[in-house]
Structure formats: structure tokens, C-alpha cells
Ligand binder design. Structure first.
Ligand SMILES: [Mg+2]
Length: 261
């Protein structure tokens, strides 16, 4: 049995990297945690990437070797939700990678009327006719599935509009609520929980209403980092108060080393 029997689930954007740059100290912290026996998993609400491409980013930008099997995306959570609910066809707003992730679950990606589901992920230049088609399909009874509902994501130039903005457009136009599959949704929890091999789980993230809410809903400990969308603990809504706050992933060294179980 490892001395440190625990799993750390890392959010990526705003925690391990920001845009195309690693957060300082991320590689050395991750390597030390691995050496100490922590199981490390990565959970991103970015639906535009596959686990393999995320592993490539971790290797090339951060200097971390991560098994693609340890990486879960909100696109995977959406695809698995469709499969579990026997939804056989989907109209998809999102990246080619998201469409491939959906197809990999045996679901047909369609452009025609009357799909079983509408999946909304991130697309940088989403045209209004896609919003119209998605809203119309939802209005006609398609299940409305969102990879995530984060209104922004962090970049070196500040927060920029994210998937939640597109989801809100479809929701407003159709008058319907979505099922959120990525963090803090249940489908993402199920994908991560399949991979967890320990009783103790700690979620490390930068977005309270996504990452800390996810930890709370999952019964895990939570750590908030201040390198992403949250500048100060004073900005955190009370209901999403984390168990701990650290300035950056680099500060996990001390906390985790002192706190094995
Ligand atoms: Mg984040």
C-alpha cells in the first residue's frame, strides 16, 4: 500500500496551464506527487480536445507525462450520457473532436431534423443558424445536452466567453434547460469515479461554481487555486467555499506532503 493513499483530480485550464503556458511549478509538483504515491487524474471541461491531445499538451507545454486513460473531458461525459440514455442520433455544436468523441460511442452525428439529442460544446465562431437548428430540435423534443455551462474560460488576456454562453443562447431560444455533463455534472463524476482507486479524493480547480461544486457533489475534498478565474478567496460565493485555498499548484507540495493518510 502506498504511504499516501489518495487521488488528486486536477482541473487543467487555470490550474496546470493557462492558455499555452504552464503554471510555474506545475511539472515539479506533479512529479513529486506521483513519486509520493498519489494517483493523479485530470478532468477538463474543454470539449474541443481528446485525452490524447490533452496528453500532448501536458507533455509539450507543461513537461508532464500523463496516460490518456487518466484524462477525462466534458465531451466524453456528454457522449457517455447519450450512450447510457440510448440516444442514437445527435445534432452537435462543437469541434470536430467532439463530434468524433460522440461517434465513438456509436451515436450518429446528424444535420437533419429530429435528432434524439442536441449536444452543445465549444465552438469559437458559432453561427446563428446553428443556434436556431439546435433550439428548434430541442423545442421538438430532442434531449438538450451541454458539455459544460462555464460562461468563460481563463486565458493569459483574461476570461473569454465559453460554452455556457452558447448553451444559454440555445436555452433562451428554446425555453428549455440543459443536462450538464461535464463538471459539476453527474456524467463527469461517473467517468472519473470509474478511474479512482482510493477512498480519499481531492479535487483541485480554479472555478468555484464548477470545480468546487463538483467536489461537493461528489463527496470529495476541494482545493481552490488562484491562478485561473478566481483572483481572491473573497470572490468565492459562500456556498462554494473550498476546503483549502492555495495561491498556485506549486503550493500543493507543502500541503500534500504534510497530509498523507
Ligand atoms: Mg479551470
Amino acid at each position: 500500500m502506498n504511504r499516501n493513499s489518495g487521488t488528486i483530480v486536477f482541473d487543467l485550464d487555470g490550474v496546470v496551464y493557462l492558455g499555452s503556458s504552464a503554471i510555474a511549478g506545475a511539472a515539479s509538483t506533479i512529479s513529486e506527487l506521483t513519486a509520493r504515491g498519489w494517483q493523479l487524474l485530470y478532468a477538463t471541461n474543454n470539449s474541443t480536445k481528446t485525452p490524447e491531445s490533452v496528453a500532448g499538451v501536458l507533455r509539450d507545454r507543461v513537461g508532464v507525462n500523463a496516460d490518456p486513460g487518466s484524462i477525462v473531458t466534458s465531451g466524453m461525459a456528454a457522449a457517455s450520457y447519450l450512450a447510457e440514455n440510448q440516444l442514437e442520433s445527435a445534432y452537435v455544436i462543437g469541434s470536430p473532436q467532439l463530434k468524433n468523441t460522440v461517434r465513438a460511442e456509436g451515436i450518429e452525428v446528424v444535420d437533419s431534423e429530429g435528432p434524439d439529442a442536441v449536444v452543445v460544446g465549444f465552438e469559437k465562431s458559432v453561427a446563428n443558424d446553428k443556434i436556431e437548428r439546435a433550439a428548434r430540435s430541442v423545442g421538438q423534443g430532442a434531449v438538450f445536452v451541454a458539455t459544460n455551462t462555464d460562461f468563460t474560460f481563463p486565458t493569459p488576456r483574461g476570461e473569454v466567453p465559453g460554452t455556457g454562453v452558447i448553451v444559454a443562447a440555445v436555452s433562451e431560444a428554446s425555453g428549455r434547460e440543459c443536462v450538464t455533463c461535464g463538471k459539476p455534472g453527474r456524467p463527469m463524476y461517473e467517468l472519473i469515479n470509474q478511474r479512482v482507486r482510493t477512498d480519499r479524493v481531492i479535487m483541485v480547480g480554479d472555478r468555484p461554481e464548477t470545480d468546487i461544486a463538483f467536489a461537493q457533489a461528489s463527496g470529495w475534498e476541494s482545493v481552490l487555486t488562484l491562478t485561473g478565474v478566481t483572483a481572491s478567496p473573497a470572490d468565492v460565493p459562500g456556498q462554494f467555499a473550498p476546503d483549502r485555498v492555495v495561491a498556485s499548484i506549486a503550493d500543493l507540495h507543502g500541503i500534500m506532503a504534510l497530509d498523507p493518510r
